[in-house]
Write a protein that binds this ligand. Structure first.
Ligand code: CTP
Length: 477
């Protein structure tokens, strides 16, 4: 059994151990036993079985595949920002990761704080940024161990030559390097440095050692350096590339049954102008259509989402076209063709005002304004009846408040589409603007119509289920 001589430990580690043991009223030796015990128990818990102590090394731990550290299904990254000019790009990286619903906790090295402030990093991440190994607020419960373990992945961006050297040697004299040494999660580095530093034999050795230790890297790229007139390999990968690489760790590739398929989706309400400041609208939130677009994208499709005015974030990886009126929506749908699958989830206004006022209508006029209505083009029917360029699978929605199935069957025949998703939008159901939906899928097979009734689900679940049906039924050959 190996013995550990406290005296021979790194000065910073000794200082930390003294501080921690004093605060707990234990001897330094006892404290080391407690820390090792915590690490091993955490490790055993992760693995579901006991493993020999050497598996605690950051390197071997880093080589293990990502597995959620969170019980809530939330995905978390500890982002270590190193001290280089590329640190400013780490702020954009935080934004990109948050966009992908990833929780980000930032740690800045001392040098990094010369380039970006912990306040800026914390504000973008939505929680405080950490800088100090001896921060009394977070270290009372071994905060660096928590930062190293309470995450699914550790990303270092920019990873400077110095930080890489410390990692390769196993130093732990500041918060960032202590976290990296205590890491039990995979580590992804985004190196950034001057090309001469990157090609230096010492950095090459360190990079090779880190690769052997199972540490992953994205970049560096070739290009112009911040230093005037310098170019070569050493530029930090772009924030989107780093976010993509991180996501590959966190969310391993899923089956993509709609890969190579073009999917066109309409969503949201339309606004039909009365005059320059007033319009006719409806209560649609666009949530169902947006959820379908996200599910289709996740299934590998190339998705174009044509949306009326909504208050929703654009789904990642989806091409979103914003429109106001029904006529504009039809025009943009026609431009987006050809498509393999078209899903019309928009609550298109049936009528528009024929005599739209060029100026704001004044209420001082003697009579009430005469609002003559004309019918809007039916986008679903138009596309379903196309002779050429009709998508092979056209799906409509039927928003009904009574005789749901009968009305939906009639709508399916009238519109000429292949499937209809029927839902009850009576105010009591809370579907319009709400998060849940109870739907019935009506599919036409010649003169026969099959009705498949689904239980109440969230709109996201309805979307995933619908896309799974599309993938199953859509002729892929
Ligand atoms: N739709 C469309 N263009 C319109 C009206 C509706 O593309 N001008 C589409 C909707 O996107 C939906 C389907 O037609 O996929 C049915 O919409 P819904 O509002 O339920 O029916 P309407 O056609 O408006 O008929 P009604 O109001 O009589 O129920």
């Amino acid at each position: 059994m190996a013995s550990l001589t406290i005296r021979k430990l790194d000065e910073a580690v000794k200082a930390y151990l003294r501080l921690r043991s004093a605060s707990k009223g234990r001897s330094v030796e006892e404290e080391v036993r407690v820390i090792l015990g915590e690490l091993i128990r955490g490790h055993v818990h992760d693995q579901g079985q006991a493993e020999p102590a050497p598996a605690l090394s950051a390197a071997q731990a880093a080589a293990r595949p990502a597995r959620p550290a969170s019980t809530t299904g939330e995905v978390r990254i500890t982002l270590i920002i190193g001290g280089g000019i590329a640190a400013y790009k780490a702020l954009d990286l935080i934004r990109r990761l948050k966009e992908r619903q990833i929780r980000v906790r930032c740690v800045l090295t001392g040098a990094a704080t010369r380039f970006v402030t912990p306040l800026a990093a914390g504000a973008l991440a939505g929680e405080r940024a950490y800088t100090d190994l001896f921060d009394p607020e977070s270290e009372f419960d071994a905060g660096h161990i928590r930062l190293a373990r309470d995450c699914d992945l550790i990303v270092v961006a920019p990873a400077t030559a110095d930080l890489m050297a410390k990692m390769a040697q196993g130093h732990a004299d500041d918060l960032a390097s202590a976290i990296l040494l205590a890491a039990s999660r995979p580590i992804l580095l985004a190196p950034a440095m001057n090309p001469m530093m990157w090609s230096n034999a010492a950095t090459r050795r360190n990079a090779a050692q880190l690769a052997r230790d199972g540490v992953a890297m994205v970049g560096p790229n070739a290009g112009e350096m911040a230093e005037r007139g310098e170019a070569g390999v050493g530029r930090m990968a772009e924030p989107v590339e780093i976010a993509d690489a991180a996501e590959r760790f966190l969310r391993p590739p899923q089956p993509r049954p709609l890969s190579g398929k073009r999917v066109l989706i309409t969503a949201g309400p339309t606004h039909e102008p009365i005059d320059p400041v007033r319009y006719i609208a409806n209560r649609s939130s666009g949530k169902q259509g947006f959820a379908i677009a996200a599910a289709a994208q996740a299934a590998g499709a190339d998705v174009t989402l044509i949306s009326g005015p909504v208050e929703l974030d654009e789904p990642h990886g989806v091409k979103v076209v914003h429109v106001e009126s029904a006529r504009e929506m039809l025009a943009r749908v026609e431009t987006a063709l050809p498509a393999d699958i078209a899903i019309f989830a928009a609550a298109v206004a049936d009528w528009r005002v024929a005599n739209e006022g060029g100026q704001k209508l004044k209420k001082t006029d003697a009579a009430l304004p005469p609002l003559a209505l004309v019918e809007n083009p039916d986008i679903l029917a138009t596309i379903s009846h196309l002779k050429e360029r009709r998508p092979p699978l056209v799906i409509g929605f039927a928003a009904e408040t009574e005789h749901l199935i009968d009305n939906a069957k009639a709508k399916l025949a009238r519109k000429g589409c292949d499937w209809i998703v029927a839902n009850d939008v009576s105010p009591a159901t809370g579907v319009m603007g709400g998060d849940r939906n109870t739907v019935h899928l009506l599919a036409r097979h010649g003169s026969r119509i099959d009705v498949d009734s689904w239980p109440v689900m969230t709109k996201e679940q309805v979307a995933v289920e619908l896309i799974a049906h599309v993938a199953k039924n859509f002729p892929t050959g």
